[in-house]
Write a protein that binds this ligand. Structure first.
Ligand SMILES: [Fe+2]
Length: 350
């Protein structure tokens, strides 16, 4: 089995439990589909189990922390991977640009996933969305609405916290600002946000909620699902306090809508089990599968008419920016250059 041989070289630490169990049973190749995933195995396993139960097709998941595309490139034509699971438009469009994906033309998938959340050429597809929202102090921020533009307003001087401007989540948001405002205005905006920072950008999205809880800043940028993850974190219950200190504001709710990003999938260029992979892709695109997935990860299922989890609903209704993600992907490089140009990650000048 090609997949087994290829996997032996990566060491056991990277192998998920589902994969290990499949290695021992050695199902025939024809009844398998091989997945490389940046998403934690426990998040996708319930869905994969349901797929296997319905179809009899076994799924093998290799979980990776980094180097997914480099690995597929190195494997070349002998790569055992059929399907790629990842998050962020940057990674999905990057996989296409790096030539490790192939196009899929499926009426079922195209009917389930709106055009703004898939590649026009069929190289990648969104499964769930996440909003990039403002975390605001319940105690110190009175307003219940905000715009991204307003983050540059001097009234927030010394009150804004974010993670690094170069992180993929911020790059996608800043790319959307370039698309909407034009490069010059987006640069001026980013300079304004930088001058409002309470400190040098640091930490992950949850760290911004923690900083608000600690009184270091009043507002921060973060993804919606982290609020759900913090509220339900039994292993680190202090995160429940961070989540309790903030409210979710959906930026530009009265205008063009809130910037959203996706988790998604792509068919690998040399997929050896292409037919099985297509079956899995169609299954995953269904509204029911998206809802199960979204419930696990506190994201929004993409198919119109589907519902997120109760916790996510409690944030209020999201109105998503209609800008196609393909457009945002085009401005990622410009956004990254602007972050360097304004010295965003150095924090405020004064
Ligand atoms: Fe994340």
């Amino acid at each position: 089995m090609k997949f087994v041989t290829a996997l032996r070289s990566v060491g056991c630490a990277a192998l998920s439990l589902s994969l290990l169990s499949s290695l021992s049973t050695s199902a025939p190749a024809a009844d398998e589909v091989n997945i490389y995933s940046y998403r934690q195995p426990d998040l996708i396993q319930p869905l994969l189990d349901k797929f296997s139960k319905d179809t009899g097709i076994k799924t093998n998941v290799l979980f990776l922390n980094k180097g997914l595309v480099a690995r597929i490139k190195a494997e070349g034509e002998n790569s055992p991977v059929d399907l790629i699971f990842t998050v962020d438009i940057g990674r999905l469009s990057g996989a296409k640009a790096d030539g490790v994906t192939q196009p899929v033309a499926s009426t079922t998938i195209n009917e389930n996933i709106p055009a703004q959340y898939r590649d026009p050429e069929g190289h990648w597809f969104g499964l769930t969305t996440r909003g990039r929202v403002v975390y605001a102090s319940k105690d110190r921020v009175k307003q219940d609405s905000i715009t991204y533009e307003e983050l540059a307003d001097p009234k927030w001087k010394g009150k804004v916290c974010t993670r690094s401007g170069q992180h993929a989540y911020n790059i996608a948001l800043f790319g959307s600002m370039v698309a909407h405002l034009g490069e010059q205005n987006a640069e001026a905006w980013l300079r304004g946000v930088k001058e409002n920072l309470a400190r040098k950008p640091a930490g992950n999205d949850r760290a911004q909620a923690k900083a608000i809880f600690a009184g270091e800043c009043d507002i921060g940028l973060g993804n919606t699902y982290y609020v759900g993850l913090m509220k339900t974190n039994e292993k680190k219950p202090e995160q429940k306090e961070w989540a309790a200190a903030i409210k979710v504001l959906f930026p530009n709710a009265k205008g063009r809508g809130t910037h959203v990003n996706i988790s998604g999938m792509a068919l690998a260029k040399h997929a050896p089990n292409k037919e099985n992979a297509l079956k899995l892709m169609e299954f995953l695109s269904s509204g029911k599968a998206q809802e199960i997935y979204a419930e696990q990860v506190f994201e929004y299922p993409i198919k119109p008419g589907t519902e997120p989890s109760e916790i996510v609903k409690s944030f209020g209704k999201i109105k998503a920016d209609k800008l196609p993600l393909e457009e945002i992907a085009k401005y990622r490089k410009t956004a990254s250059q602007l972050v360097d140009k304004v010295g965003y990650d150095n924090g405020p000048d004064s």
